[in-house]
Write a protein that binds this ligand. Structure first.
Ligand code: FES
Length: 167
């Protein structure tokens, strides 16, 4: 791939939701202080989103109301409410990347992937999300493609991202 790449791919590691697996995740994180957020993050890490069915399980384990858990879940925009696409592309829209031309890059990526930001393409092949800084500011425009950081994104890199998403 063009540009620079600095982290391994995480593609294909999401599991299908099951209440049993959800309970295991809750049990693993329950001893942590303020366990709700770590549990929600672990759910998304495991399933690619936070299933609605997880909310009552978390509420019961944390001795919270469902509304309280739901409120936390919906307050943070990073949590997905629906299953993610097969590929997840996050494009940095923060200041340093904007200064490096990210505005044009973000438009080109959306067009190349035929997907709007914050959405999953109807064929389920890709989820495209904006993100606010990936810590790769000196190499903007930057993105994360299936868990792999990519910097200095140019037209060639966009073509390669689009090809990866087609696979
Ligand atoms: S501003 Fe884009 S990686 Fe930091």
């Amino acid at each position: 791939m063009s540009g620079i790449t600095v982290a391994p791919s995480s593609r294909g590691r999401h599991e299908a939701w099951s209440a049993e697996r959800g309970r295991e995740i809750i049990a693993e994180h329950l001893p942590l202080e303020g366990a709700t957020m770590p549990i929600l993050h672990a759910m998304q890490e495991t399933f690619g989103y936070v299933p609605q069915d997880a909310v009552p399980l978390i509420a019961e384990a944390m001795n919270l109301s469902r509304a309280e858990v739901h409120g936390t879940f919906t307050f943070y925009h990073d949590f997905r409410h629906e299953p993610a696409g097969k590929h997840i592309v996050k494009v940095c829209v923060a200041e340093a990347c904007q200064a490096a031309g990210a505005r044009v890059t973000t438009d080109k990526i959306a067009k190349a992937l035929d997907c709007a930001y914050g959405e999953t393409r109807p064929d389920g092949q890709v989820t495209l999300e904006p993100i606010y800084c990936l810590g790769l500011c000196a190499c903007g425009p930057s993105a994360m493609v299936n868990g792999r950081l990519v910097g200095l994104i140019d037209d060639e890199a966009i073509d390669e991202i689009a090809a990866e998403v087609r696979s």
